[in-house]
Design a protein around this ligand. Sequence first.
Ligand code: AP5
Length: 215
Amino acid sequence: MGPPGVGKGTQSQRLSGEYGIPIVATGDMFRKIRQDVSPLAREVQEYMDRGEYVPDDLTIEMALSRLNEPDTKKGFILDGFPRTVRQAEALDDALAQDDRHIDHVVLLTAPNEMVLERLAGRWVCSTCGRVYNESSNPPRLPGVCDVCGGKLVQRADETPEVQRHRLEVYEHQTAPLITYYQGTKRLEVLDATKSVDEVTNELRALLNGVVKERA
Ligand code: AP5
């Protein structure tokens, strides 16, 4: 969890490779859907372009159906889901039915000015989705993905006004979710103002604890 631009996608990509588990990122799933020509795609596009959350029913159905796929059975990283208490409750119920549960909820934090600056410099690979930043995490060759050679682009839902509104929506709608997870004692808060590597190291330390507990 964490505000837009705090580094959720960046960290998920690093840990997914290391632990060999998939990322379930509802933002990426919605970005794929919005490319279609359908009433659903139009609806999703309208919410995203306004910087608003897509309604819970649709989001929950999409995320839970992804979590039914076999590659998630040995673990997964959720990025950007759940974002509301209703989504969190639906997630907990669905996992419990399958004898699974969430080990850890990590909240990445950084001040608004910092996340807005990170978003302004973000570039994403149009082929594999790898995230870069023109100052903090540049590609080796400008405009070209280090991993797959794909073209780097900026997201369609990314004007500065929309980014600022997404922050407001996050603060308003996701605050109750933080309280929800604090109540279940699963919440870990990490300072994401540090470098990408430092944040990865802290996350790794946290997850290694989980893996040892299970062994
Ligand atoms: P989504 O795609 O999930 O966007 P978001 O949560 O707003 O977060 P971002 O992906 O923009 O940022 P991030 O935290 O992943 O940062 P990143 O790693 O890219 O959602 C988009 C939309 O989809 C929503 O607005 C909504 O409409 C809809 N949606 C999605 N899920 C939903 C849900 N559950 N319910 C309802 N609606 C939903 O990093 C940003 C930049 O910073 C990069 O350039 C990166 O290189 C750089 N960076 C990262 N870490 C560091 C660091 N430590 N130091 C310096 N730079 C860094």
